[in-house]
Design a protein around this ligand. Structure first.
Ligand code: 3PG
Length: 218
């Protein structure tokens, strides 16, 4: 097995937030990323859910070199490798299988593979991983589930994603076993479509202020 990549938490700087960027064009992706960065966000996850997602990763890396740019919705070894080639600095997946974990680890990039059950966490743990994405966080038990997991998986830290918004961000961030919080609430599709970049910046600034009070990454 390949040696383990560095921890994602060692890369995330500033507020412990990981907003999702879903963009139809690289130009749109850069506009979203800039709006988020203007609101104090330091890390983003570009999801592989549009045809231009890989080009979007490359474009953001070039336009905003100080932003940490990862790739999400990784479902295969081919996805993982293509994202690395496009310039992704870390990888996130919605699920975990042995094949997917091995492929993601083999890229050498920090990763947060998706888990929703104790058995999936244990599988990632067996691979030596200590940081995972908890998805879909709200539907999988949310805050209470993360508290229950903290008792048994003492060394594992989570990036909860799914069903998180400004209303419950503080509660998730306050958990000791949460290292960053992800989601799409800072980049709503209607604001992106209407190119309301100022409103995205305002949402990001609000979330950044909440995060700075509770959890700021190293
Ligand atoms: C993800 O890709 O992590 C989820 O779709 C994000 O969930 P959310 O839209 O509820 O934030």
């Amino acid at each position: 097995m390949s040696s383990l990549p560095p921890l994602l938490s060692s890369l995330v700087k500033g507020p412990a937030l990981l907003p999702i960027i879903q963009a139809d064009t690289p130009h749109e992706a850069v506009a979203i990323a800039k709006a988020l960065a203007d609101g104090g966000v330091g890390s983003v996850e570009v999801v592989l859910r549009t045809r231009q997602a890989l080009a979007a990763i490359t474009a953001i890396r070039t336009a905003l070199p100080n932003l940490l740019v990862g790739a999400g919705t990784i479902l295969s070894a081919a996805d993982a490798n293509a994202c690395k080639d496009a310039g992704a600095q870390f990888l996130v997946s919605p699920a975990s299988t042995p094949k997917l974990l091995e492929a993601m680890i083999a890229t050498g990039l920090p990763l947060a593979p998706g888990v929703a059950t104790p058995s999936e966490i244990a599988m990632a743990y067996e691979y030596g991983l200590r940081e995972v994405k908890f998805f879909p966080a709200h539907l999988s038990g949310g805050i209470e589930m993360l508290k229950a997991l903290s008792g048994v998986f003492r060394q594992v830290k989570f990036c909860p994603t799914g069903g998180i918004g400004q209303h419950n961000l503080a509660e998730f961030l306050a958990l000791k076993n949460v290292f960053v919080v992800g989601g799409s609430w800072l980049t709503p599709a209607n604001l992106v479509k209407a190119q309301q970049w100022g409103q995205i910046t305002a949402l990001a600034a609000e979330a950044t202020a909440i995060a700075r009070q509770i959890k700021t990454a190293a």
